[in-house]
Design a protein around this ligand. Sequence first.
Ligand SMILES: C[S@@+](CC[C@H](N)C(=O)[O-])C[C@H]1O[C@@H](n2cnc3c(N)ncnc32)[C@H](O)[C@@H]1O
Length: 275
Amino acid sequence: MKTLKKCTGLLIVIIAAGVMAISQVNAQNLDVPYVPTPHDVVAAMLDVTDTGPGDYVIDLGSGDGRIVIAAAERGAYGHGMDLNPVRVREAEENARSAGVDDRVIFLEGDLFDADISKANVITMYLLTSVNLRLKPVLLETLRPGTRVVSHSFSMGDWEADEHLVVDSRHIYYWIIPADVKGRWEWRTGGESFTMDANQEYQKITLNLNSGNNSLRVGEPLLKGDRISFSALNTRNGKRYLFSGTVEGNTITGTAQVRSGNSRHVENWSATVRRR
Ligand SMILES: C[S@@+](CC[C@H](N)C(=O)[O-])C[C@H]1O[C@@H](n2cnc3c(N)ncnc32)[C@H](O)[C@@H]1O
């Protein structure tokens, strides 16, 4: 009996040492040390992304889980991912205490291996160097319109859609833009349009022609999968307001047309030839 007790005790010590060793190995692999985001900054991050019911939030490097937990308290679902198993256990405990453990989960793993494609809100408190490694993954994996918010660290040449400072902390907010590069063609109200779109992240420049006439484009805007712009035919004074939704190689939307005293609304549907 004594021998059995000794063996069990030894086994527990060996298992505990193994778990600690794994934790240490993982802790050494961390790309970012653990520093929690202050709660008022968490609130501002969720405000700027307008997080609430219907959203799925992923916090990359979730620490004690506070961002995902606060999102769940606003009605969202979500999960956090952290390489450090100690943080994952802590986050699970905090979710239980907050009464939201049925809405959130915490996974142990490397954020670079995470499948983030189903999120519509991504939160991060990492480092600029880590953000820069993540940038192509975010742009390629996330659906247009997905909101991304980062505490303290920017994304290099990808300018934020919004930048705020809360309690001396910087918060950067981006909306994943649709890919609109290429030559778009459509017919509206008996006119043929050709539009060459260039793009740098969410910033677009558009060259628009109606038949042989070059139109003057104003207010070009790409916000997630929504695109809008005005156009003026300087030869005849005809004005257009185009707005639409980009879905793959198609834009469908509504065009307001004003010519002299005539005003009307038409549908437009454009397709792209990618260069
Ligand atoms: C600065 S803390 C932010 C914690 C939390 N998101 C917050 O804002 O309060 C960064 C977290 O990322 C985790 N981390 C670092 N490198 C990671 C990696 N490669 N994969 C997953 N998590 C990582 C750390 O363990 C730490 O908990």
